[in-house]
Design a protein around this ligand. Structure first.
Ligand code: C5P
Length: 238
């Protein structure tokens, strides 16, 4: 089993392309993220296939948000798919409902704090309280973990600050926005290298385009794994 600290985001439009990519990556990658973009393209069927036929771990990135009863019902249904990670928005009532819904399944509920695409002007437009974005991220992370989230999604810049919160003890930190040295940034702004993200307290990194747009995706994944195995990357949480 390869190092499951690397989660590859399968941000391709449909399950067939996702499966082809997973086959190319083979045993180099053991953990995949499937997001909303693939929901209508067979995302759940792909999750089943990767899990049951190929023995992979699955992170379903749904970022659920609704009244508690609806979140609970949705998570109860999704939990039947034997997923490993599922995202919900970090509002305490949503997190509590998701925990109810997962029942006794070994599914980790990860909370989204504030989407990294939002700046202070966006938060004003959504009537968020005053304060700089980073403080609000920390406050929302603490509240989500207090409400029972198994962990949070965070930018690499926030990972160290969240790791230092007392509420974060024993919780997972999963960071997208990770770029190996020399990789194209795409639309990511607040990035770190794989080794930096892990050294700052992340348990898992999510990497998409640097792997799936590479001429040799398997080699790209193996380069990231080599970096994770290097002395710069330490495992602060386990
Ligand atoms: O291609 P790239 O490595 O930028 O992909 C990162 C993945 O993580 C994408 O699926 C993206 O939607 C997701 N993500 C993110 N930033 C967040 C939350 C999720 O980039 N704050």
């Amino acid at each position: 089993m390869s190092d499951d600290r690397l989660i590859v985001a399968l941000d391709v439009p449909n399950a067939l392309e996702g499966l082809a990519l997973a086959q190319k990556l083979g045993d180099a990658v053991s953990f995949y993220k499937i997001g909303l973009g693939m929901l209508t393209g067979g995302g759940l069927a792909l999750a089943n296939e990767l899990k049951d036929e190929m023995g992979k771990k699955i992170f379903l990135d749904m970022k659920l948000f609704d009244i508690g009863q609806t979140v609970e019902n949705a998570v109860r249904g999704l939990a039947q798919f034997n997923l490993d990670f599922l995202t919900v928005h970090g509002d305490p009532h949503v997190v509590r409902a998701a925990q109810e819904g997962k029942g006794d399944k070994d599914l980790k509920i990860l909370a989204v704090t504030i989407l990294t695409s939002l700046d202070r002007a966006d938060l004003d437009a959504s009537c968020y309280k005053d304060g700089d974005v980073q403080s609000l991220v920390l406050e929302r992370a603490a509240k989500a973990m207090e409400a029972g989230a198994d962990g949070v999604i965070a930018s690499p810049q926030e990972a160290a600050l969240i790791r230092a919160l007392p509420e974060a003890e024993g919780k997972l930190i999963v960071t997208p926005g990770v770029r190996p040295v020399g990789a194209a940034l795409g639309d990511q702004k607040r990035i770190a290298t794989p080794a930096q993200a892990i050294a700052d307290g992340a348990d898992h990194i999510v990497v998409g385009r640097p792997v799936w747009t590479a001429a040799d995706p398997r080699q790209a994944a193996q380069n990231i794994l080599a970096e994770l195995a290097s002395p710069q990357a330490t495992m602060p949480n386990g």
